[in-house]
Design a protein around this ligand. Structure first.
Ligand SMILES: Nc1nc2c(c(=O)[nH]1)N[C@H]1C(S)=C(S)[C@@H](COP(=O)(O)OP(=O)(O)OC[C@H]3O[C@@H](n4cnc5c(=O)[nH]c(N)nc54)[C@H](O)[C@@H]3O)O[C@H]1N2
Ligand SMILES: Nc1nc2c(c(=O)[nH]1)N[C@H]1C(S)=C(S)[C@@H](COP(=O)(O)OP(=O)(O)OC[C@H]3O[C@@H](n4cnc5c(=O)[nH]c(N)nc54)[C@H](O)[C@@H]3O)O[C@H]1N2
Ligand code: SF4
Ligand SMILES: [Mo]
Length: 748
């Protein structure tokens, strides 16, 4: 007997609703849920492989604890006792910053990752926090923090309504979109063109997305900030700025104009290797379009001027009057957002409240650069103790961060490491305790993060599609118990962690004049929460206090968990709407167009006008059937074009004397790798490309299929020194490399 169950896909930011076919407790199929209010049936090959992912025989089934140097199966009690015994003495002996936390990408895709890491960091009281954000989108957080006063206020292009999209350093036809949650991004781009809109793509590679565009500009890697500055200067010079209603909400316009005045199209053209006339055309088109949006992602963030590029994107959206207007770029409003406070000045955003120990790199948003993790472990300084213990949740920095070989050795030297991970992989193999979460079908799903970045306001929640197998522990409970173990109370009731958060949240809410529960009794409110467990009660609390919530009775038609559960395909909350000035939290209460840290970084951009790469540079790429470092273990998704090959232009191949498929040695500051050439004219001459997340040939892992075609780790080319200084984000694109023809093995 088979049945179906609904489950939001956790595998990328598109958050598609899936209909799973289930036999007994086994997922035997997955298709798009046509009634999903947001994704309307869209699915990609990764979502379709949900059943295979769920049933992967290499998933760990029980906790592992290291005994005499060897990881052995253990009970949950033994595992959490070992965590408490491993973490507490390190914090007591060396101080709390000697215990670090590393949070990886899947935390933004799990309920547990949305609810507990901040509680864990609070319990450990550590400043040694590292996440995937600093190999990804930290520049965008910093630019939003500086412009709008809130690092999480990220404007999203109104894909469904815009007349003109300038898409930079993103390839949504493979990635399905990022910092722009849009199921069927490809369909939305096609619809844009079908309704007469224009699409321009800026990317050194002629990607599948570029092939869909009206125009593709193969920019020189790392120069988008210059290009965008030239567009802004053109708008100013040609009198094309038109802020419309935004004028009342901005400050610093004349200062901005003066600061950018020497970045003319003619001045940047040689560095970007794009015609000055074409740059002027782009600016004029942006100004002339009834509505337009600029959207930029990985290729614009993971570069030396990532924060400036991210800042300029929203500066241009503002100068053309497109920020916060339908068809432009708007601030979504998610159902679990905090109760909106009245508009007015806020506390602003501050960078560098503390620094890393070794290189003294500034924190951003409470995080230190992931590029500094290895040195913070392996280097002693007078500034304090190195990291001696790590809690690693859903992260594989040995492959995803610079210089995995150094990090490998550093992790091996730790006094203690615990990993929450379903696999024994390149990173978790170093752990003393591994706590495996259950397969996704046994987990609930809600997109705390991605609903704040979605092109349409909506809310959806999936309960686990199948019950927990015997011996399994929900990931929410694993996280709650980790918090308790960090506090030295591994045997306490995990529900007490949720109860504590509920109590603290309500105690604050009843004191806020703008809260619907102002002045009420927190205990009485807590008693009214519904849900089967602590995490569900916390979701209920967030929904009820949120912008669409029932406010515990203040709006009887408002959202509650019960109401959400009654709508298994989700609840549509309407298109994105203008929200300014409410989201602004700057000290001035306005959009601060030229923040001081940005102004101070402009001389570095001015220098870049004269810089040209001396030799080849390397950029990354993503493949639709892959996902960072952890989906290479599924036979259903590997093979075909999803391979770790070096893309290079025919001219470069000829110069090197390599033929298609022959090995090429790539050398960077951090090391060298050898990968087979894949010759393609879809890449700029002088630019080569390797995907990331490969290199599954290290011993001690248990991902048998991934190990068959391991690929190479592109991040070994990096030594961790190249950063965007404002955000601490790693430079992963446009990195200088040397290429040589590797010896071709003699045919046998
Ligand atoms: N050169 C280069 N490097 C890059 C990038 C690039 O473009 N180029 N991209 C960067 C980006 S954008 C990112 S986000 C990072 C990603 O880098 P990481 O944050 O390290 O993420 P992954 O490599 O996806 O590893 C995720 C880990 O989570 C585990 N996992 C999967 N599902 C779950 C779950 O439900 N619960 C738990 N607890 N664990 C789970 C997996 O087994 C895996 O170990 O890589 C970055 N690295
Ligand atoms: N299938 C799949 N989907 C994914 C992921 C995955 O690994 N696989 N990862 C997920 C994650 S964690 C993220 S953050 C998102 C990322 O989503 P996207 O930002 O769409 O990521 P990419 O597909 O890597 O596209 C980045 C593009 O930038 C280009 N580029 C490189 N350097 C430059 C430059 O200097 N300037 C410009 N203009 N372009 C440049 C590259 O050629 C590439 O085509 O994808 C998510 N979705
Ligand atoms: S596009 Fe993303 S969310 Fe949708 S099915 Fe594919 S992997 Fe899942
Ligand atoms: Mo990412």
């Amino acid at each position: 007997m088979s049945r179906t169950a609904l489950r939001i896909c956790p595998l990328c930011e598109a958050t598609c609703g899936l209909t799973l076919t289930i036999e007994g407790t086994r997922v035997t199929g997955a298709r798009g849920d046509r009634e999903d209010v947001f994704s309307k049936g869209f699915i990609c090959p990764k979502g379709a492989a949900f059943g295979a992912l769920d049933a992967d025989p290499d998933r760990l089934r029980t906790p592992l604890v290291r005994v005499d140097g060897e990881l052995r199966e253990a009970t949950w009690e033994e595992a959490f006792a070992a965590v408490a015994a491993g973490l507490r003495p390190v914090a007591e002996r060396y101080g709390r910053d000697a215990v670090g936390v590393v949070l990886g990408n899947p935390n933004v895709h799990t309920v547990a990752g949305g609810l507990y890491p901040s509680v864990l960091i609070g319990a450990l009281r550590t400043r040694s926090v590292f996440t995937a954000s600093t190999v990804d989108q930290m520049p965008k957080h910093v630019s939003s923090g500086l412009l709008f006063g809130d690092p999480n206020a990220i404007p999203v292009p109104d894909l469904d309504h815009t007349d003109h999209l300038l898409l930079i350093g993103a390839n949504p036809l493979e990635s399905n979109g990022s910092l722009c949650t849009a199921p069927d991004f490809p369909g939305k781009l096609k619809a844009l063109r079908a309704r007469g809109g224009r699409l321009t793509v800026i990317d050194p590679r002629r990607t599948r997305t570029a092939r869909l565009a009206d125009r593709h500009i193969a920019v020189r890697p790392g120069t988008d900030a210059l290009l965008l500055a030239a567009l802004a200067t053109t708008l100013f010079e040609e009198g094309l700025t038109d802020l419309g209603d935004l004028a009342a909400h901005v400050e610093g316009l004349p200062e901005l104009r003066a600061a950018l005045s020497d970045f003319t199209p003619e001045a940047v053209a040689p560095a970007c290797d794009v015609d000055a006339a074409l740059l002027r055309t782009l600016a004029r088109e942006l100004a002339a379009a009834p509505t337009a949006a600029i959207y930029a992602r990985i290729g614009s963030c993971t570069v030396p001027h990532g924060t400036l590029a991210s800042w300029l994107v929203d500066v241009l959206n503002t100068l053309t009057g497109n920020l916060d207007r339908p068809g432009g770029a708007l601030f979504p409003q998610a159902a679990t957002d905090r109760t909106p406070r009245p508009a007015g000045p806020g506390r602003g955003f501050i960078l560098g409240r503390w620094h890393s120990r070794v290189r003294e790199l500034p924190e951003a948003k409470g995080e230190l650069p992931l590029s500094a993790l290895a040195e913070e472990i392996d280097t002693a300084t007078e500034q304090g103790e190195p990291l001696r213990a790590l809690v690693v949740i859903a992260a594989n920095p040995v492959l995803s961060a610079p210089d995995g070989d150094r990090l490998d050795k550093a992790l091996e030297s730790l006094d203690f490491m615990v990993a929450v991970d379903p696999y024994l992989n390149e990173t978790s193999r170093h752990a003393d305790v591994v706590l495996p979460p259950p397969p996704p079908a046994q987990s609930p799903h809600h997109d705390f993060a991605f609903n704040t970045l979605a092109v349409r306001n909506q809310v959806r929640y999936s309960r686990p599609a199948v019950p927990l197998e015997p011996g399994r522990m929900a990931e929410t409970e694993i996280h709650a118990r980790l918090v308790l173990a960090a506090m030295g109370m591994p045997e306490a009731d995990p529900g007490s962690v949720d109860a504590m958060v509920v109590e603290q949240t309500l105690a604050k809410a009843v004191k806020e004049p703008h809260s619907p529960v102002h002045g009420q009794d927190p205990q009485d409110l807590a008693a009214r929460l519904t849900g089967d467990d602590g995490p569900e009660r916390r979701l209920d609390l967030m929904l009820r206090l949120g912008p669409y919530g029932d406010g515990f009775g203040a709006d009887p038609d408002g959202l509650t968990l019960d109401r959400l559960l009654a709508h298994p395909h989700g609840i549509d909350l309407g298109p994105l709407r203008s929200r300014l000035p409410q989201p602004l939290k700057t000290v001035s209460g306005r959009i601060e167009l030229l923040p001081a840290p940005v102004a101070a970084d402009l001389p570095r951009l001015r220098q870049a006008l004269r810089e040209r790469p001396a030799g080849p540079v390397l950029v990354g790429r993503r493949h639709l059937r892959s996902n960072n470092s952890w989906l290479h273990n599924l036979p259903a998704l590997t093979g075909g074009t999803n391979r770790c090959t070096l893309h290079l232009h025919p001219e470069d191949a000829a110069r090197l004397g390599v033929r298609d498929g022959e090995p090429v040695r790539v050398k960077g500051a951090g090391g060298e790798v050898t990968a087979p050439a894949e010759i393609t004219d879809g890449i700029r001459p002088g630019v080569v490309s390797l995907p990331h997340g490969w290199g599954h040939d290290r011993p001690g892992t248990r991902q048998s299929h991934a190990a068959v075609q391991p690929g190479v780790n592109v991040n070994q080319l990096l030594d961790g020194t190249l950063l965007d200084p404002l955000s601490g984000n790693a430079v992963l694109n446009g990195i200088p490399v040397e290429l040589t023809r590797a010896r071709v093995p003699e045919p046998r």
